[in-house]
Write a protein that binds this ligand. Structure first.
Ligand code: FAD
Length: 322
């Protein structure tokens, strides 16, 4: 038996969340003796990028380098992964929780007659049955899910697992598959990014501004910090409602839910609806001139002060660190 890990990649790079999924699979395999950890990538991706799978814990990578799989066509990806899963005699599929991952995993659960657990945050506990801890209610609570099926699909939450960096060199096996045309019932004809910058839902660092930024003319300051950090920009709901920023940047319960490694909130009060979109972040830094702003209660680090003084200093400090 083996553990198969579905790797997602974008713009030529393996996603960090997929490497986390590999690290999770490796730790799980060591704990439960579940066999070899094999990663599978679909579509064109370089061997240098795939080598990261080895560092993260995979012992082998299977590459299905079919140009029809370059884009994330859900049915086709699910079919390809199901074929590879059977080929390698896997008993568990691990993947990163993501919009593509969710859609592919749901189809795979049917194809493989497998139990699907999403938002997994810990290794399975097999002391009595097979139990998996998952995050629910946007990170505000946990659920223990008992898995009763022989085949299992575990979708790992972003930032829930320490990334392994001491793995070995990985062998890459390129294979081709027969994927029936009906799996390509839809095709993606073009993809337009909302902006030229880093996409908010995927970003590892987010710099977000609220009404405390006073107006759209002040966003340059926030963007300068984001640029230095390689971050995406976000905002609170009123900011996009007033039209200071585009709606796709609105973070929160009714907007985009983010789970970056670092979320910097500038001039945002920290209303519960905003927190619902950010409380899966690994580290939250709040900049607010009001020491009683509710956001400070959810913050790992807080700076009480005027954003217009702090932002340029922070940007300079980041520049100096480089
Ligand atoms: P404010 O509440 O006005 O806060 C501005 C903050 O900036 C204050 O804390 C102030 O101290 C600080 N400040 C002012 N000047 C400075 C300065 N110079 N330097 C530093 N700090 C400064 N909101 C969301 O964000 N996302 C959602 O998805 C969302 N969904 C909602 C859904 C519903 C059904 C409802 C009813 C509301 C929703 N809201 C949402 C709105 C939410 O309740 C808050 O009203 C909103 O988040 C407040 O935005 P804000 O913090 O930018 O503005």
């Amino acid at each position: 038996m083996s553990v198969l890990v579905y790797i997602e990649h974008a713009e030529g790079s393996v996603k960090k969340t997929s490497l986390e999924a590999i690290s999770y699979a490796k730790a799980m395999s060591e704990k439960l003796s579940s066999g070899e950890v094999i990663a599978v990538a679909l579509g064109a991706i370089s061997s240098e990028e795939l080598a990261k799978s080895g560092t993260a814990g995979a012992s082998k990578v299977i590459l299905v380098n079919d140009s029809k799989l370059n884009q994330g066509i859900i049915q086709a990806h699910a079919e390809a992964i199901a074929q590879v899963y059977k080929k390698v005699n896997a008993s568990t599929l691990v993947l990163a929780k993501s919009s593509l991952g969710d859609a592919v995993a749901a189809r795979l659960a049917i194809k493989l007659d497998a139990a699907l657990v999403s938002n997994v945050i810990e290794l399975p506990d097999t002391t009595s049955g097979y139990k998996v801890k998952r995050s629910i209610y946007t990170g505000k609570a946990f659920a223990i899910t008992q898995v009763n099926s022989a085949h299992k699909i575990l979708a790992v939450k972003k930032n829930a697992v320490a990334l392994k960096t001491d793995g070995k060199e990985v062998a890459i096996e390129e294979i081709s598959l027969q994927i029936a045309p009906e799996n390509f019932a839809t095709t993606i004809t073009s993809t337009d990014k909302a902006t030229g910058e880093i996409l908010l839902p995927e970003a590892d660092i987010v710099v977000s501004g609220g009404r405390g930024m006073k107006g759209p003319e002040n966003w340059g300051m926030l963007e300068a910090l984001a640029k230095e950090l390689g971050a995406a920009t976000g905002c609170s709901k009123p900011v996009s409602d007033i039209g200071w920023r585009p709606h796709h940047e609105h973070v929160g319960q009714t907007g985009v839910k983010v789970s970056p490694t670092l979320y910097i909130a500038v001039g945002i009060s920290g209303a519960i609806q905003h927190l619902a979109g950010v409380n899966s972040s690994k580290c939250i830094v709040v900049i607010n001139k009001d020491p009683d702003a509710p956001f400070f209660k959810a913050a790992d680090y807080g700076i009480v002060g005027d954003a217009f003084e702090i932002l340029p200093k922070l940007t300079e400090a980041v520049k100096a660190q480089k």
